[in-house]
Design a protein around this ligand. Structure first.
Ligand code: HEM
Length: 156
C-alpha cells in the first residue's frame, strides 16, 4: 500500500467519503478557518505596508497575528482532512499543486518577516522599515493567491 493509498483509506477520509453532510461541515470549517486567517493577516499586512494608517500597531498586531495563526492552523488541519478524501485526484490537479507551492512561499515569507529585527521594532510601535513594508506587501499578495488557487481547485 502506498502512502497516497493509506491517506485515502484512513478512517477520517472514509467518514467524509461516506457522508456528504460531514464533508459539508469540514468544508465549512475550512472556509471559516480561511476567514480567520485572511481576516487577521490582511489588515495587519496592509497596516505594515502603509496602506492603512492611524491605527497603533502595538495595539492591533498581537491580536491580528494570533487570530491569523489560529486560522492558519485550523486551515491546515481541515485542508489536509479534505485532501485525504481523494488524494490521488488532488495530486493530479494543477490548481492544487499551485496552491501548495504558493502556501509554501507564504509560510517562507512569514519566516523571513519574523527574522527581520525591524519587524519586532515596528510591532513595538517604532517606525516601519521599508523591508518590513515590502515583505508585508508580498504576504498580502501571497495569501490572496493561495485563496484564489484554493477556489480554482474545484474548477479543474
Ligand atoms: C495544508 C493546507 C491546505 C490543504 C491541504 C488544503 C486543501 C484543500 C482541499 C482538498 C480543498 C477542496 C477543494 C475542492 O475539491 O474543491 C480546499 C478548498 C479550499 N481551500 Fe484549502 N487547503 C489548505 C489550506 C488553505 C489555505 C491556507 C487557504 C486560503 C488562504 C485555502 C483556501 C481554500 C479555498 C478558498 C477552498 C475552496 C472552498 C470551497 O469553495 O468550497 N486552503 N482546500
Amino acid at each position: 500500500m502506498t502512502l497516497v493509498d493509506w491517506i485515502g483509506a484512513w478512517p477520517g477520509a472514509v467518514l467524509l467519503q461516506r457522508s456528504g453532510t460531514i464533508y459539508l461541515f469540514v468544508n465549512a470549517a475550512h472556509i471559516a478557518s480561511i476567514g480567520l486567517l485572511i481576516g487577521g493577516i490582511l489588515p495587519l499586512d496592509l497596516r505594515l505596508a502603509g496602506l492603512i494608517r492611524g491605527v497603533p500597531l502595538a495595539v492591533i498586531a498581537p491580536f491580528l497575528a494570533r487570530s491569523a495563526a489560529i486560522g492558519l492552523g485550523l486551515a491546515i488541519v481541515t485542508g489536509l482532512w479534505l485532501f485525504s478524501v481523494k488524494p490521488r485526484e488532488y495530486l493530479a490537479n494543477t490548481a492544487f499543486l499551485w496552491k501548495m507551492a504558493l502556501l509554501a512561499l507564504a509560510l517562507l515569507n512569514i519566516a523571513v518577516q519574523h527574522r527581520n529585527r525591524h519587524f519586532r521594532l515596528a510591532l513595538d510601535g517604532g517606525t516601519v522599515h521599508p523591508s518590513v513594508r515590502l515583505v508585508a506587501g508580498c504576504s498580502a499578495i501571497l495569501w490572496l493567491s493561495v485563496l484564489v488557487a484554493g477556489r480554482w481547485v474545484g474548477f479543474l
